[in-house]
Unconditional design. Structure first.
Length: 200
């Protein structure tokens, strides 16, 4: 595929794998039930698709579960907009009428339900409590991201359904574009310095 792209061959690529679509294409068309929903630069088309999937998932009716999410917040610890390479805080207010033990999991995704990273904390919940998680250096590039949350008992049973609970925009550097045909799995920003010395 990389050779075809490097040779300038016109390629029509149809896939649900968003990472490979972004790697293979510069322009795209999002088809939904045979109708073009949007078209244009591939990054814009994928962003619209991801947002629609997250919105549809968020709109699903709540499931009657042992634990209820009362509130979720994503914020910079100093009160400013979330920024790359700065501390980010996540706060979840959970409630249960009976004592529940399990793992609270949070994940940050750019697209549908496939998190860039997942964090978890064991806890015992009785009544209502706020759980906070601080990420000291957020490793994401500029863009829109989604916070997912869920709680699972020791047998992996859902106490709180895994679902998107907040959307947030990151202020920061753009991702370095990959060469044609190179698939990037996650929008992680890595700072680096480069040096070059002439060899003799």
């Amino acid at each position: 595929m990389r050779k075809l792209l490097a040779d300038g061959t016109t390629l029509v690529y149809v896939s649900h794998d968003l990472a490979t679509v972004e790697a293979m294409c510069s322009r795209g068309v999002w088809l939904h039930e045979g109708v073009a929903r949007t078209s244009g630069r591939i990054q814009s088309v994928l962003a619209a698709y991801r947002e629609a999937v997250e919105r549809a998932e968020s709109a699903k009716p709540p499931v009657d579960s042992p634990v209820r999410l009362v509130q979720s917040r994503v914020f910079q610890t100093d009160g400013t907009d979330p920024r790359a390479k700065r501390p980010l805080e996540v706060a979840l207010t959970l409630e249960s009428s009976a004592t529940q033990s399990g793992s609270v999991c949070i994940g940050v995704s750019e697209g549908p339900a496939a998190p860039v990273f997942v964090l978890q904390r064991e806890l015992h919940l009785s009544g209502k409590a706020e759980v906070r998680c601080v990420i000291p250096l957020l490793p994401l590039a500029r863009g829109r991201f989604f916070l997912w949350a869920g709680m699972f008992d020791a047998g992996r049973r859902e106490l709180l359904r895994w679902h998107p609970v907040a959307a947030f925009d990151i202020v920061g550097p753009d991702l370095v574009p990959t060469p044609p045909g190179i698939v990037r799995l996650a929008p992680v920003h890595v700072e680096a310095t480069w040096e070059m010395e002439p060899s003799t």
